[in-house]
Design a protein. Structure first.
Lengths: 220, 248
């Protein structure tokens, strides 16, 4: 049997932690530690050396942001920030401080599990509910998970599709613009997503702009 | 020796001088009293605002962080329920949706009450967030530039509220499609300019009618900031607000 992904969760509300723990503990994931503030989180992380840390950002005594910065210093990378959907600045701050992904607090269980698995495999995770407003803030921020990483080759056609995805166009719309069937666009899209190792259009936009794939300035 | 006439004359002049001194003294006292009273009122106003803003901040953070987290936690726990039949699945789904809406509403209320970002990151970030929220829901475009660091948190709250009120008015009434909003630092003043391309309004009528809560709020906060507000508007051409706030 494969080993379980060992997770620590941090949130200042017991009831939230309990819910998360009961939801996550399974034959794939094991919650090995819990914390109700940033300092406790650091202690727990040092003690249990978890695979992934899931932390709320607003906690008393020492916030999640402070904990993320400290964890990053100790070469701990696989951190997921938990936040409410309207806390854009906090999310950007968490990413800049070293989080590898973030989740909005009202997501479904499946998404939490998906995020934990992605980050466990060192893949950035952006909550599916991310809107373009937050995406733009992330793009403008200092956060860059792609520094010093090689970029695969993208064909001119793929670049064109990526640009249209960044402009929030749907596959049928892209098909119309580029004179190809929706299916063909979907095919290209799947390849792009695979090459970039991302999941969502937001992921594509962040990847494309952080890696300067688009020759002109992105739409702001 | 003085003649009788001169004596009367001198007495008259003397009397007048005494009277003038008395009147001057009286006037100076009145002016001093009023100045003191005005200063006292301003201080009281400032204290009232501080108290109000502080309370708002506390309630907003309680709503946002505490109650919001509890609702999210309940939602999390609901996800563990395995519905027995279609009916219970539907009830569960409905409850989850209602919880989501409650959290959304709660957080909007909290943000309007006092955006946490203002306290954490300052005026620029708070205005950026406010503008994105407003443009998202209204379709208006706002060109926003901020270049004036160094304002105190207490003043930032007033400036934020003034800007929020003015932008709200523009979105509600002006029919503008484009707003240019700049905050810059000129000498010892923070200069706030808001220009829109909306329908404008009749200035006289506006000043007469501006007893509305929003406008009164702007005026009082401007008073506390010792700010000067100027306004130019042309029917059909748009509106220009200029506010100068001393840094000290």
């Amino acid at each position: 049997m494969r080993e379980k992904i060992r997770v620590i969760i941090a949130d200042d509300h017991d009831i939230y932690r309990d819910g998360l723990k009961l939801l996550l503990n399974s034959d794939e994931i094991e919650v090995v530690g819990e914390a109700s503030n940033g300092i406790q989180l650091l202690d727990e992380a040092r003690k249990y050396k978890p695979d992934v840390v899931l932390t709320d950002l607003m906690m008393p005594v020492s916030t999640g942001i402070e904990a993320i910065k400290e964890l990053k210093k100790e070469n701990f990378e696989r951190i997921i920030a938990l936040s409410f959907f309207d806390s854009d600045t906090l999310i950007v701050e968490a990413l800049e401080s070293g989080a590898m992904g973030y989740l909005h607090k009202n997501v479904q269980k499946e998404e939490i599990v998906e995020a934990i698995k992605d980050v466990y495999n060192f893949r950035s995770y952006y909550s599916k509910a991310t809107d373009m407003r937050l995406a733009r803030s992330i793009i403008k921020s200092r956060y860059n998970p792609y520094l010093n990483k090689s970029v695969p080759f993208f064909t001119l056609q793929e670049i064109e599709i990526i640009r249209l995805i960044c402009e929030e166009k749907s596959s049928p719309e892209i098909g119309k613009i580029l004179n190809m069937g929706t299916r063909t666009v979907e095919g290209h899209r799947a390849k792009i997503v695979q090459k970039m190792n991302v999941r969502t259009p937001v992921g594509i936009a962040i990847y494309a702009i952080k890696n300067k794939l688009l020759p002109d300035d992105p739409p702001q | 020796m003085y003649s009788e006439e001169n004596k009367i004359y001198i007495a008259l002049v003397g009397g007048l001088v005494v009277l003038m001194v008395l009147i001057t003294f009286y006037l100076v006292t009145i002016i001093k009293y009023h100045r003191k009273k005005a200063a006292f009122n301003l201080e009281k106003l400032q204290a009232d605002f501080d108290h109000l803003d502080h309370e708002r901040e506390r309630i907003a953070s309680d709503l946002h962080d505490d109650l919001g987290s509890f609702l999210s936690a309940i939602r999390l726990h609901l996800q563990r329920v395995e519905p027995r039949n279609e009916e219970s699945a539907a009830i569960l789904k409905f409850s989850e949706e209602q919880l989501d809406q409650s959290v959304n509403k709660l957080r909007r209320i909290a943000f309007n009450m006092m955006p946490g970002v203002l306290h954490r990151k300052g005026l620029d970030e708070a205005l950026t967030e406010l503008i994105s929220l407003m443009t998202n829901s209204s379709g208006i475009r706002v060109n926003y530039k901020y270049n004036a660091d160094g304002i105190s948190h207490a003043k930032a709250i007033h400036i934020y509220r003034i800007a929020q009120e003015l932008l709200n008015n523009i979105i509600k009434h002006s029919k503008a499609t484009l707003v240019t909003f700049t905050i810059s630092k000129i000498k010892n003043e923070m200069v706030l300019q808001i220009i829109d391309n909306g329908i404008g309004f009749d200035k006289k009528l506006f000043l007469k009618k501006s007893s509305g809560l929003g406008m009164r709020n702007i005026k009082t906060r401007a008073e506390v900031l010792k700010a000067k507000i100027s306004l130019a508007t042309l029917s059909g051409k748009g509106t220009y607000f200029l506010i100068k706030i001393p840094f000290k």
